[in-house]
Structure formats: C-alpha cells, structure tokens
Design a protein. Structure first.
Lengths: 415, 415
C-alpha cells in the first residue's frame, strides 16, 4: 500500500518526486490542475470507479452500488499555491483512493455508494477566493466573483472557460441534500499540534474562516532626490507601521486570550515601484483567522482603527476593502466521534483540535454532516517546497478512512 | 516663442497634451524613447542643424560653423519614469532647441559650434542605473552592467540592441576632451527651493549622487492559517520596522545637521505574495541622497546597522547589495557665474542651490566644465503625472540659455 500511495500521488503531481526545490505550482483552473485531475480520473478508473465531472470541473469517482441510497463521500483538491507542496490536497485525494483500494481488496461490499471527490481551485492564491469547486457543489458560490482577476489580469470566469467550463453554469454543480449522507475530508495538518501533543492524527472540531482585507494606502509620488523628507506622503512609509501593528497586535492577543488567533500581512504591492520615485500607492493584503469569531472581529476592528490613526497622522488616504468575511464553521460532533472511534479500532491516538486553515469541508458542512481528519506533516510546513508527509502517515490515513467508510456504508442504509 | 516651445515639446512627447492622467511612460532604450528622439531630430533639422546619432543612441544636433573649435553643448534627455511627466528631460531639450531658434532669428553668428544633445536612458527606473547615454559619452560607462535586467527579465544589452545599437560598441560614444568647450544642462527643479526663496531660476553648485541599496529579507514561507504567531519568520514583518527606520532616521538627520539628506524605501517586492502564505522573501530598494557625502554615508551605515539588528532579533537573514555608490559632483564655478550673469542681463533672479537629483550633467562634468540651470515646476512635483512647467518659465530658460550660448560662442575661440 505504501508504494502504491506514493506512486499514485506522484502521478497526480505529474512528477516522479514529491519534494523538489521549487515545489509545485498548479493553480486553480489552469491546464496543470486539469492535467492532475486527469491523472486522478485514470487512477479511479483503474480501481473500477465510475468517474464524472460536474459543471464546476470537480471530478467525482463513485463506487456505485445498487439502490438509490445517499453516498458517503470523501475528498480534497489537487491545486496548489505557487511553489507549494505535493501533499496539501493531494494527501486527501490519494488516501480516499487508497481506502477504496483497501476495501475492494478486502472484498468489502458497501451498502451505499462511496465517492471520492476531487474539488477544483481550493487555494485562494490565484483569485483571492478559496474553495471554488466545493462552494459550487454546496450551492454557496457567488456568481459575481467571476470578474475577479489574477495577477495577469485573467478573470476567474475566463480561467474557468479556458479549462472547458462555462462560468454561468458553475452553479449547476450544486447537489441536493439527499445525494450525500455525509462528507469527510482528510488533509495534512499544516501545523505541529498533533506531534506536540504526542498523538497520531487530528480530528477537527471547528474550522477558522478568514477575514481578509485589502488595505490601500494612497500617497503622493515625487522625485526621491528632490522632495524634502518633511513634505512627503510616502505610501510605503505609511504602510510600514501598519504591517508592524498587525504582527504585534496578533502576538499580544495570543497572550491575552485563551483562543488562538493569527494575522498576517501576506501580500504587498507598491506602485510605481521605481527606484527614484516616492511610493504613490501600496496595497497590503491582511489575512486574519481564529475559530473564535469574536476574537477575529476584534482584530479586524483593531486593524481598521490603526489604519484610521495612520491616515490622520500622515495625510495618506487609506481605503479598506473586505475581500472575505465568513464565520467559522463547526463540524459535526457525531462524525468526529466516528473518526475518533476509527482510530481506537486501528490503534491510533486522536487529538481533538481546531483548524486554522480553511478547507473544502467547510463548504460541504453547510449542507451535509461533515468531518475533517488531519495527518501530520513534517515540521508543520505547508505552502512551502519542503512540505512533506510520510508514506506511513498516508497509510494511517487510508486505514482511518477505510475504517470510517466501512462503518458508514456497511449497513442497509437505515443508519 | 511660447507656442513654438509647447508645440515642439508636444511633438517630442508624441502627444497633443503635456499633462495627462496617466502621465508619460517612455523608458530608456524602448521604441517609445526612439520615437521621441526621432521627433527631436526632425525639429533640429527644421532649424537647419546637422543631426547625428552616436554609438549609444545619443542624438547630437550641431550648429556647425567653420573652424575646428570645440563646441559649446547643452542638452538633456527624453526618456521618462513610468507614469512620469513631459518636462523632466524634455524641458532641457526643447529650451536648447528654442535657444538656437532665438539666436538664428537674431541673426547671431557663433564663432564656435553649438550642440544640442539628447541623451539616452537618463532615468534609473528601468534597469536601476541612471544616465547611460551620458556615461557613454563621458567615457565612464561600465560595460559589465549590460547584464542588468528590467522587471520583465530583458537585459540592458538586449534593450540597447532592440533599438538598433550594439552593447559592446556603446563605449565608442566616448568623446575626447577637446571636442567640447563646456556643457550646460537645463532641467526642471523637481522641488520648491526657487519659489520658496522668491527667485526666478536656480543655478546649481553640487549634484547629490545616490547611494542605492537592495536589502533582501530571507524569511520562511508557511501557511498563514496554521503557523502560530510566535513560530514565524515573516520577511515582510521584518522589513516593516526597517522601512520605518529609514524614514525616521532621515527626518532626524535633517533636524540634526545643516546639510539636507533624503532617504527613501522606494521599491518593495514580496514573494510569494500570496494571500495564504507567510511572506518568504522581501527585497526593499533604498535610495539615499545628499550633496554631503559624509552625511550620506552616515545614513547608509545606520541602515546597515538597523538591518543587522533586525536580523539578530527576528532570525530573518538579511543581505545588502550596493547598487550605486557615487560621490557627489561639484559643478564649475566659472560656468555657474556665467549663468548668474545671464540672469542679470535678462532681469531674472538666480538662486544658488544644490541638486538632490542626479542629471546627465554629473557625468559630463567629469570631463568638461559644466553647469546646471533649473527652471521652476508646479508645486515642485516631478516623476508624477501632474508634473508641469509653464510656457513662461520655458521661455525664461530659452532666454537664459541663448544669452549663455551667445556669450560662450560670440568670440573667436580664445575665451
């Protein structure tokens, strides 16, 4: 099983290695993502699954059984951030496939369909909006975001269409509540909590959804050599204390409150970005997360106040655009208990925890009882070329998933 | 004369307006710059001047006279920063042409040649290196800089070749000392000193040459949602206090010392610049200028110390590359006095001052006695779409230049 998992993950990463110096760059609705999904489809067909692709480009591999029962579904995504790793998303997809392989080899006969779903465009790195495929499937996609542009000026709608889909039809990927019994996602942890608590895997209670702000500083351009220091409205000099404020305030809040919070100025673009011109415009992207929505909004309010203070003291005008502001998602307690029970059965220790990162499951949980399972990754690193999860941990994921699927589909549908 | 100046400046700006919302983008060694220089050549030929182009692409319009005397030259440039103005460079070129027109209409007979030079690629915005054409003409061009790249990865050598010149031959643009008697540049002030001192024009004593540093912060990428605040090496959070330090220290130095100094973090690029990834690498471009080289180096040393302090306290590794470090240039006192005398003659009041910006004259001054004349520009704005100089001030420039040229060439060459 270990070799099989590594080989299939290599196939879906279009590479014969899983860690490489530049990492993997396979953004949402690109040809690279399509190619990875084609590999997923090929593997699923080799396992004897029925493969279909919905209006959003999500691929669904179905272990069909007689009778019209709702399916038990698992899955994740195959897109990556630029220079990301092979495991963020891929681990969940390959473990789902591995669980089906294991159940088939054990001659298990599910009493309801099992699905492995490969969602499209989970990462927000390209368009600033995450989990587009699972939003469409859950019926919560906002059609107005088709005009969002990537850094090359390509709109989301154009990207979707470049891969053979039609933006206006994406909403047709919505599935009815009675099609699925439940959804369970497996993902790498992207942190160190499991290891630090000396446990084997994580079972997630709540998913922190970000507040994301685009904060634009409107200064005044001028010649760097001839504009006296006391007559400037330098947009970058105004942004600097703002960046420091975000980091320092997030650190302080972690000391002051029981729940944890993270806040990052993760993007910054300066214009005209020319050596002899005072920065005229700077846009900083702020990403704030906590499972505690009150704490998250407290931080967002502090950010707004600091922007106001800087605008008043520097004369630099500051606009704040809210890109994302979703409440955190609590996952299903019953499913979580089944995931803990599956570990008990397989002799793995579960750590109950929250997720600082968003995942496709947070959308699926809006409609279907859902769960999220974490396997450890090396040094907690993710969104980084050194991202890595061991074959042993992938195999543990397969064992936990197959145990869960067996329990959830081994009955006559009355469960 | 006023209308003629505006019309010719429009021709060289390839536009029928001189102020437009997006300004003018005509970077060095681009087709746009070449087109502007073609307009210059056409106007010079209409004035009856002999036009030639040297190995660096500098255009030289010569009012030739019998005898082998050294020429008196004036000139400036036609390239702009991105979204710059029509006057930075263009004012000096059009006033030189206007002075020739005025002298010809007055039936003046120069006793030695007069040249109007249009230098190539004066701005540093494209390749981080300024005044390439005048460096070549002055014989101080470093051939190794041909490998410098613009933001699209085009090297300086490739850009030069795209406009029909050969990088290895640029050094052949060097002229011998005996070809020119002196050089005088007219430029917009790009500041408010003339107006603040209630004078009409500026005569420059010294030109501040920048120290330019590329400061790179090497942090560690990671997921913004899952990496705890106290376990980060965020390159942008490390750069923020550095940006603040540069501004605050420059402000303090202006209070503490008699000579003025400016320092700007004018460029910043963050990587991977993705909403859900902690910034891994940030490069900040620092531009430090003062006519007082001791003060300038004191600031550069303070910048280095602050980078060292930040590296030690954050764990983010910091590299500093020196892009430019040239001593300031003192201009010729005799020429300056002639420029003051020209104002006396024409009833304009001169303000003796330093230049915070570099200009082509700083290279020409390495070989030939040189002078720099400033005319005011609106609100001191430059490198900005609102950059503007009035037709009256351009005409004043023509009168001052033509008076200077008359005095410098109206004799038999013994002067």
């Amino acid at each position: 099983m270990n070799n099989w998992l590594v080989e299939q993950l290599q196939r879906m990463n279009l590479s014969d290695v899983l860690v490489q110096p530049q990492g993997f760059t396979r953004e949402g609705y690109t040809a690279e993502e399509t190619e990875a999904i084609e590999a997923f489809k090929a593997i699923a067909e080799e396992l004897g699954l029925d493969v279909s692709v919905d209006a959003a480009g999500n691929a669904i591999a179905r272990w069909n059984v007689t009778g019209g029962h709702a399916a038990v579904a698992t899955g994740s995504h195959l897109d990556t951030v630029p220079n990301g790793g092979a495991f963020d998303g891929g681990a969940g997809v390959v473990c789902g496939l591995g669980a089906v392989k294991m159940l088939k080899e054990a001659d298990f006969k599910p009493q309801r369909p099992i699905e492995i779903i490969c969602f499209r465009s989970e990462e927000s790195s390209r368009f600033g909006v995450s989990t587009i495929g699972s939003k469409a499937m859950s019926g919560i996609l906002d059609p107005s975001i088709g005009t969002l542009e990537d850094q090359h000026g390509i709109t989301l709608a154009q990207a979707v269409e470049s891969q053979g889909f039609v933006w206006q039809e994406l909403v047709n990927a919505k599935r009815s509540k009675d099609e699925l019994q439940c959804f369970i996602e497996l993902h790498i942890e992207q942190g160190m909590h499991i290891v630090n608590h000396e446990k084997d895997y994580g079972v997630v209670k709540g998913v922190a959804c970000p507040v994301r702000l685009a904060v634009t500083f409107h200064g005044k351009a001028g010649h760097t050599g001839t504009t006296p220091m006391d007559q400037r409205q330098d947009a970058l000099a105004a942004a600097a204390p703002f960046i420091s404020f975000v980091q320092e305030t997030a650190l302080q809040m972690n000391d002051a409150y029981e729940k944890s919070l993270v806040a990052t100025v993760s993007t910054l673009t300066a214009s005209p970005n020319s050596m002899n011109v005072i920065p005229q415009t700077v846009t900083a992207g702020v990403d704030i997360r906590s499972v505690d929505d009150v704490l998250k909004n407290k931080m967002a309010d502090a950010v707004r106040s600091e922007a106001k203070r800087i605008a008043e003291t520097t004369g630099v005008q500051i606009d704040i655009e809210v890109l994302v502001d979703n409440p955190s998602v609590l996952l299903d307690d019953g499913i979580a208990q089944q995931l803990v029970d599956a570990g008990d059965h397989e002799a793995y220790l579960a750590h109950r925890m929250d997720s600082g990162a968003g995942h496709d499951v947070m959308n699926m949980a809006q409609t279907w009882p859902s769960g999220l399972l974490f396997i450890p990754c090396k040094d907690g690193l993710s969104h980084h070329p050194d991202e890595f999860a061991s074959a042993e941990d992938l195999k543990m994921g397969v064992e936990l998933l197959s145990r869960f699927l067996m329990e959830a589909t081994g009955h006559d549908g009355k469960r």
